[in-house]
Design a protein around this ligand. Sequence first.
Ligand SMILES: Cc1cc2nc3c(=O)[nH]c(=O)nc-3n(C[C@H](O)[C@H](O)[C@H](O)COP(=O)(O)O)c2cc1C
Length: 255
Amino acid sequence: MQIQTPATGTTIATTGTPALRTTSPTGAARTHREAPPAHTVIEPSVLYFGTPVALLSTENEDGTFNLAPVSSAWALGHTVVLGLGAEGHTGHNLRTRPGLVINLPGPGLWQAVERLAPLTGCERVPEAKREMFRFEADKFRAAGLTPVDSGTVRPPRVAECPLQLEARTVRIRPDDGGDFLIVEARVLRVHADPGIVVPGTDHVDPGAWSPLLYNFRHYFGLGPELGRSFRSRTPAPARNPQDGPGTGRTGPAPA
Ligand SMILES: Cc1cc2nc3c(=O)[nH]c(=O)nc-3n(C[C@H](O)[C@H](O)[C@H](O)COP(=O)(O)O)c2cc1C
């Protein structure tokens, strides 16, 4: 058997790797091969393996609004699960004022996101953040982003973000270590830039929309499409006979 090493793309032969006999948790004997020498055990300081950036707008005590970048966000149906630092101002706001907007910037907004990066809405900056962060009362202005009214919640949307999810916090609990909050937010309304919507449908066009990705503290956009899931319901664009196979955007739409 041959495998490709992920880092270098080099092909290495694994034939001859000794087979090991071990016992599974149920006690059944099983055979597997010793891991080939393709990976190194490392201890990275962060595990930000490339997730979309979201800008969370929340309401402050005095009725003004906070805006904070996060990348620990993922969707479970119409609930978005967020991971927030327990000492951050966003978590503080959500505990008593549950409305928020999950604004999704495209790659072109990375510098605006980075302008927000050293800021916190905590007037008294937590001890652990003092060296690298400073308080900012008006983060929309600091980032050069435009607040626009939401329909179902008080915090505003970020006009420059092509996707904006109005949501309500339905559950907050601490993580196991107590450093983070796990927030579940129910999405109430989705706003999309018409330029990323398949005309006449409610589908976001994956070829037109690209999230901004946070990849081990560096910003990236998406590369070209590789293919589509069998679950995709996005209508396929008209086939161009000059397109080669494998673009994933030339096949018929699934039923
Ligand atoms: C791209 C990016 C992604 C981030 N992801 C998260 C995250 O997922 N969760 C989190 O709590 N902080 C995250 N941070 C750090 C917060 O933005 C930072 O702690 C900020 O001060 C929070 O603002 P707040 O205190 O006003 O809520 C991220 C920062 C950047 C720039």
